[in-house]
Each structure stands twice: as C-alpha cells, then as structure tokens.
Ligand binder design. Structure first.
Ligand code: GUN
Length: 293
C-alpha cells in the first residue's frame, strides 16, 4: 500500500533548490559557511553533526565543527559563540543540543546572533514566528514537517491538527506555523502533552496527527481517524535483543498498525529526519544570501 510521504525524495527536491542558490552565491564569490558546535561526546549528537557535515559538503556549503570538552564552562562556550558572531566569514551557527548539565541551553541559544541562528532557537526568531513575521529563521524540524505536508498535497487550511508534544524544538513552533493566518496554514491546532486528559479522543479527531512527544510507539491504531495524515517525528532508542547493538530506533507511531488506516503517513526513518537537515541547509543559504545583500 503506497500511502507513504517520502521524506528522502522531498528532501532531495529541496536540496536541488538549495544547490541552485549555492551556485548563484558562488557566482558572486560567496560560499555559505555553517559552524557546528558540539560539547562533549554524546553519541547521538556525534551522529547528527556528522550527517549535517556530510550534507553540507554535498550541497557545496562550507562547514566547520568545533568540539569542546564535556566539562566546558558556560563562559567558555559563550566566548566561542561571541567569536563566531563577530566572524564575518561565518553565516550560520548551530550549537548541538543536548548540552552538558553545567550549561544553561537557553542562555547559549540567546547568545547566537539572530541573523546567524539557523536553528531558529533565538528568542527574536521564536517571537517572529509567533507573530507571523516571515523574516526570521524557523526551527528546522517543524519547518521540515510543514514542507512535507505542503509538498505531499495535504490540505492544511481548516484541518484539525493535533500535535503530541509541547517542546521548544518541535511542538511549540509546529503549532505556531500551522495556526498562522495565510497560505499553507490556517489550521485549527490542538497541542497535547503528558498531562492532557483523554488524549486518545483528541487524537481521533485529528485530520493531521503530528507525533513529537518522544514515547516509543505511543500512537496506536485506535487513536487514528481513518484517512488521517500521520507524521512521526519521534526518535526513541528501545532495547532489541536481536540487534547487534542491543537496541534500535523507533518512532512515536506504531507504524505497522497505523499505516493501513492512515490516508498518508511518514515512514521512520526516511520521513522527517532528512527534512530537518534539508531545512538547516536552506536556512544557512538564506543566512548567507541576507548577509551579502
Ligand atoms: N538536538 C536535537 N534536535 C536539534 C536541533 O534541531 N538543533 C540543535 N542544535 N540541536 C538539536
């Protein structure tokens, strides 16, 4: 049954558009440059930053990764961010989360120059998104989900959207994007979370169900309206005795049970993940374009 929303194919389409913009910048002597800052050796962060570096190279962006030790102080990290802010050769800055305990992540995100904040985490960019000001940077994962909905032809205007999860990286910005007045938005948005009463009933009313709460296989068939569009943002590591590593990654959606009744559904992997990187690359190219205007 082919009701899949192919994130890899849609990301490849966006990469094509990004490559064209990179070529136009190259003709003006500009190569977009993104700096990744990683603190410590969190295994998942190493993998994610590695993937972002590789994609940067493939699209013709310059990337640099700065790795600081696990015991880095907040002051030292702030120093690095300020140095990168002041460097005219740097267009985008991404400080990979999670950060070690001694570091206050919101303080770090707020220290990044909003014009280089390709993650869209700076309060100015968060505020612009909420206000419907399209001049800011939108966080990459919800922006990627939005593109998946648009490019899969999903009707958003007037739809009942249920978002599971209220985090700053996905749930809250996702709600902001879809509730805006205007094209590819105008949805009626419900945000559910760990304290929501009768969460299954909310889910069953959803025309578009976006799962981003970080609970493995939380969304079961009984929670999905037949024909609904289901987007799985979750990345959860669960024990698996049959896997060589002893564990495997699963989404927030019980895909095998939900796929037969969904109208469209994202696979996981191969759905949202590739889109997050595609949006990061696009944001970085935009930062470079705006910087050299
Ligand atoms: N950790 C998990 N997702 C993200 C993201 O989108 N940006 C950053 N900087 N760290 C993350």
């Amino acid at each position: 049954m082919d009701n899949l929303i192919d994130g890899r194919a849609i990301a490849a389409e966006i990469h094509g558009e990004t490559r064209e913009r990179v070529a136009r910048l190259a003709a003006r002597g500009v190569k977009p440059h993104i700096v990744f800052v990683r603190v410590g050796e969190d295994p998942a962060s190493r993998v994610y930053v590695g993937m972002k570096e590789r994609t940067s190279g493939e699209l013709g962006l310059l990337s640099t990764t700065r790795v600081l030790p696990e015991d880095t102080t907040q002051a030292a990290l702030l120093d690095l961010v300020r140095t990168l802010n002041a460097d005219p050769g740097v267009h985008g800055i991404l400080v990979q989360a999670p950060l070690p305990r001694q570091i206050d992540a919101p303080t770090i995100f707020a220290a990044v120059d909003p014009a280089k904040d390709v993650d869209g985490f700076h309060p100015v960019n968060v505020g612009k998104l909420l206000l419907g000001d399209e001049g800011g940077f939108v966080p990459c994962t919800p922006a990627g989900v939005h593109e998946l909905l648009i490019r899969s032809g999903t009707r958003i205007a007037g739809a009942n959207v249920v978002i599971l999860g209220r985090g700053n990286i996905v749930g809250k910005p996702m709600a902001s994007i879809l509730m805006q007045k205007g094209r590819h938005a105008d949805a009626t948005v419900t945000v559910c979370h760990s304290r929501t009463a009768a969460i299954e009933e909310h889910c069953r009313r959803a025309d578009i169900l976006i799962a981003a709460m970080g609970v493995a296989h939380f969304v079961r068939a009984s929670m999905v309206k037949p024909g609904a569009v289901v987007v799985d943002v979750g990345v959860n590591r669960v024990p698996d005795a049959t896997a060589k590593s002893g564990s495997r990654l699963v989404g927030d959606v019980d895909f095998a049970a939900v796929q037969p009744l969904a109208g469209r559904i994202t696979p996981n992997p191969g759905g949202v993940g590739p889109m997050t990187i595609a949006m990061l690359m696009r944001n970085t190219v935009r930062a470079a374009e705006q910087n050299c205007r």
